[in-house]
Write a protein that binds this ligand. Structure first.
Ligand code: NDP
Length: 247
């Protein structure tokens, strides 16, 4: 597989919302989207992390981003409606939505799973992503071409022992993407998944605390796929689950 090389202004005049933009893969994706010309809306839980990403983007001379502090676990339909209204008012349209924020919870046998942890994982990784996407659909309809990207995982394609609710939530992510992608068909909106693969972030470190981090990919290594699915070079791609490492 060849590596995608985004043209210099691949994302110029696009507005892209990234969830979980304060850390890990989301942080690097947000900075790269800005680097290629997008105005990025940084949504995440910890305001200080979002502010640091904001500063990094502004200091690099990229388009000024916006910050949306939001805990997806507690967010209600009204929060998402307000978000959609604000985006429409300020930007007129939304060209991209990267549903990246997720939580891992604790790994362990299904026989002993904690019900409240299970519910939290489903809320952040599945329900909040469905509701934010539904809420932003009308403003994405206003873009000439809009791309929705969900974030999958290897454990969302084949079950793996002890990955519990996280794995189940990623199967749901793949299912949500496939179901929705069939419905959008050949409209202005396309919907796909990226499976990042093992990547050096704090989520990965909490799942595998003893491994050698230097042997892992970095978030930066994944960016060709993240840029490809947000750029107009992928306007005919819909309903696919791409492995980041293969691009
Ligand atoms: P990190 O844990 O490093 O980053 C997750 C981001 O999501 C953080 O910015 C975090 O914000 C945010 N977030 C978490 N909970 C919430 C919440 N309730 N509301 C709003 N924002 C929240 O994860 P990664 O970067 O590693 O993972 C990114 C995506 O890639 C996830 O979907 C993950 O499942 C997937 N993935 C990752 C792999 C890997 O090896 N790293 C492998 C396969 C899939 P804050 O820091 O403020 O808590």
């Amino acid at each position: 597989m060849q590596t995608y090389q985004a043209p210099e202004n691949a994302l110029a005049n696009k507005t892209i919302l990234v969830t979980g933009a304060g850390d890990g893969i989301g942080r690097v994706a947000a900075i790269n989207y800005a680097k290629y010309g997008a105005t990025v809306i940084l949504l995440g839980k910890t305001t200080s992390k979002l502010e640091a990403v904001y500063d990094e983007i502004v200091n690099a001379g990229y388009p000024q981003p916006a910050i949306v502090p939001m805990d997806l676990r507690g967010a209600t339909k009204q929060h998402f409606r307000d978000l959609a209204a604000t985006i429409e008012q300020q930007f007129g349209k939304l060209d991209g939505l990267l549903n990246n924020a997720s939580i891992l919870g604790s790994l362990g046998p299904m026989e002993h799973f904690c019900v409240s942890t299970f519910e939290n994982i489903m809320k952040v990784n599945v329900t909040a992503q469905a509701v934010i996407t539904k809420s932003l659909f009308p403003v994405m309809r206003k873009a000439p071409h809009a791309s929705i990207v969900f974030t999958s995982s290897g454990v969302g394609r084949k079950g793996r022992e002890f990955w519990g609710a996280y794995a189940i939530s990623k199967f749901a992510t793949e299912g949500m993407m496939q179901t929705w992608a069939e419905e959008v068909g050949k409209t202005n909106i396309r919907i796909n998944c990226i499976n990042p693969g093992a990547t050096n972030t704090s989520m990965r470190a909490s799942a595998f605390p003893g491994e050698d981090k230097d042997k892992l990919k970095t978030p930066e290594d994944l960016m060709p796929t993240y840029l490809y699915l947000m750029s107009d070079d992928s306007i005919d791609v819909n309903g696919q689950s791409l492995d980041a490492q293969t691009y």
